[in-house]
Design a protein. Sequence first.
Length: 153
Amino acid sequence: MTRRAFARRTQNRQQEAGTAGMQPDFSDISFNKDRQRNGAALQAAQGLRLLPVAIVFNVAALVLGFGADASSLLGIVATLLTVAGFAFGAYGTYLCMDGFGWAGYINILIVASLLIPYVKIITLVVVFAKTVDMMRTAGYRFTLTGKIVRQER
C-alpha cells in the first residue's frame, strides 16, 4: 500500500468516526520538571567515578612518600601515584564541575588546588561530597562501585 493510499484510508476512517480535522488532545501529558537537574547529575556522575580512585592514589602517595627516604623505589612509586592521582582528580573534578555549571575560573582554581600536597585530598573529598549531594537531590544513588541507580520516590 502506498503512502498516499494509506493517508486517504486514514482520512476516510476519521470522517466516518467524525474526528476529521480535530486536533489531538495532549492535556494529560506531563513532562519532567527536573530535567536540567537530572541531566547535570548524570553528567557529574561521570566524574564522580574517578574521584575515589584519585583519593586513594593521593593517600597512598602520601603514605609512601614518608618512606621515600629509606628506598628510592618508594619515592618513584609515590611520584607515579601522585601524578596518576592528579590526573584522575583533575579530570574527575572537571567533569563534576561541568555538571554543576560553575564558572571557568572556579574550575581552574579547584584544579590548581590539586597541585598543593595536603589541600588536594581535602579538595577531592569536598567535590566528591557536593557531587553526591547533588545526585541525591536529583533522585540518584551512587555506590562506590560506580553504579548509578535511580531512587524510587
